[in-house]
Ligand binder design. Structure first.
Ligand SMILES: Cc1cc2nc3c(=O)[nH]c(=O)nc-3n(C[C@H](O)[C@H](O)[C@H](O)COP(=O)(O)OP(=O)(O)OC[C@H]3O[C@@H](n4cnc5c(N)ncnc54)[C@H](O)[C@@H]3O)c2cc1C
Length: 427
């Protein structure tokens, strides 16, 4: 039986480990944390939406949505508790960086049901929303932030999508499915070297001592992915770079059940909002230019507490859109780290070191895609191991639920920069 090592037991690492084991590989998954999902996955807002800038990304999200909807079947053996897909729909407000026309074309091509809403329809369908057009997003200190809107905006609505109620449980579900399929997990285990001989992968060194041999190693290290690539000595032929970035997500209860309906993506003001199962509202950011980006040099030294400044900026923007929101005095929320690719599109690929693969650059937008990314990487690895030259003839994967075909060349490390990307977490 061929052996494979997965580095990282986040939602994507666990999904890859599971799918590789289902294909018959003898899989070891290692993680420096003490349990699954302790990296980006645990901090995730776990929003499920289909608005991306390329066919393959939309198709990936649409297929993955169906995996979440059929979660117990996706996981195989029965488990005690399951995370749930909260299917409240998604309203994406108009903004110059996301062309409504392009989004509609992609939704048509992939088969995602959608409606284009005028501002009157938006106002009628989303209780209490202010439909003012405020673009571009501004700092609170900028007097123009407080000006009344002169125009109003519409939206694209997908009746499907929403969020996963418990991202940590979803990751644990995948880890349990992987265990049930024969994957061995080693926690509190840090990969300290990638073993290679010439251009061939030999395995990993852990905790500066023990060696584990395997001619297949997959880097699913989330925000640490760069460091792991450096250990392997890969990256020189990448056209797309990855870099960690700090991001905050805030939570408010004032009032409860502010957003019972669809989640809202609001690039016009620079935020996104979703409810939680308990009725609170999560508010995240969409990297508005005025805020600047918090790039990170040392992932392990990042302050994972929310700050007053970010809280005020994001929550006040959300209150502009949903005026019933009352801004609490005390900030609440968390900070997490994105592994941002230079075109905000992930890299799911082999590398120029034979046997060393990457599922990285998830850019704050791939939790939703984890179920299908496991299958994509499983197919890619078995085909490349079997001699396929993926760089020349990209692997294509047929989606089991939706019938679309995903061209994995779209996620190549050597792809042309995706110039259609929004320059934000939207991808
Ligand atoms: C604040 C925030 C909000 C987000 N919101 C959304 C959203 O709404 N929707 C969406 O689709 N996506 C969202 N994302 C993105 C999503 O969470 C990530 O794309 C996804 O969780 C990445 O999973 P992963 O398994 O690749 O990485 P991670 O979960 O980061 O796992 C990587 C693992 O690698 C381990 N590791 C690293 N280095 C080593 C080493 N040397 N040795 C051993 N182990 C190592 C770490 O311990 C970690 O457990 C968000 C992310 C953040 C941070």
């Amino acid at each position: 039986m061929s052996k494979a090592i997965v580095i990282g037991a986040g939602v994507i690492g666990c999904s890859i480990a599971y799918e590789m084991a289902r294909q018959g590989y003898d899989v070891i998954a290692v993680d420096k944390a003490q349990s699954p999902g302790q990296g980006s996955s645990n901090a995730s807002s776990a929003v499920v939406r289909f608005n991306y800038s390329t066919f393959d990304s939309v198709a990936l999200a649409w297929e993955s949505f169906h995996c979440w909807k059929n979660w117990p079947e996706h996981l195989g053996n029965k488990q005690e508790r399951y995370s749930q897909m909260i299917d409240v729909g998604v309203v994406m407000l108009d903004a110059p960086v996301i062309s409504g026309e392009k989004t509609s074309q992609l939704f048509e091509a992939v088969g995602v049901p959608y409606e284009v809403w005028s501002s009157d329809e938006l106002s009628k369908n989303v209780n209490g929303i202010d439909v003012g057009k405020y673009w571009p997003p501004k700092l609170l200190a900028d007097g123009a932030f407080w000006e009344d809107a002169k125009h109003s905006l519409g939206a694209i609505f997908t009746p499907n999508g929403g969020y996963i109620d418990d991202p940590l449980l979803a990751t644990q579900n995948l880890a349990q499915a992987a265990l049930n399929t024969g994957v061995t997990f080693r926690f509190k285990t840090t990969v300290t070297a990638i073993l290679r001989e010439g251009n061939k992968t030999l395995g990993i060194e852990i905790n500066n001592s023990e060696k584990i041999f395997s001619d297949i190693v997959i880097n699913v290290g989330g925000p640490w992915s760069n460091q792991i690539n450096a250990l392997a000595g890969v990256g020189q032929d990448f056209t797309i770079s990855v870099r960690p970035m700090r991001q905050e997500v805030h939570q408010i209860n004032t009032p409860m059940n502010l957003l019972p309906g669809p989640i809202i993506g609001d690039l016009d003001l620079g935020t996104y909002m979703r409810s939680t199962p308990a009725g609170s509202t999560l508010i995240g950011g969409t990297e508005p230019e005025c805020d600047g980006l918090e790039w990170v040099d040392d992932v392990d030294a990042v302050n994972l507490n929310r700050t007053k400044e970010k809280f005020e900026a994001q929550v006040t923007r959300a209150a502009r859109r949903l005026p019933a929101l009352k801004i609490p005095n005390a900030p609440s929320g968390i900070a997490g780290i994105y592994d941002v690719a230079s075109d905000w599109t992930p890299i799911y690929d082999r590398t120029d070191l034979d046997g060393f693969y990457v599922a990285i650059g998830t850019s704050g937008n791939q939790f939703k895609n984890a179920p299908m990314v496991g299958k994509l990487m499983g197919q890619l690895i078995s085909k490349v191991s079997g001699g396929r030259n993926h760089d020349v003839e990209p692997v294509r994967v047929r989606c089991g639920h939706t019938g679309n075909e995903i061209n994995m060349g779209a996620f190549s490390r050597k792809r042309l920069f995706n110039s259609e990307n929004t320059g934000t977490v939207m991808g």
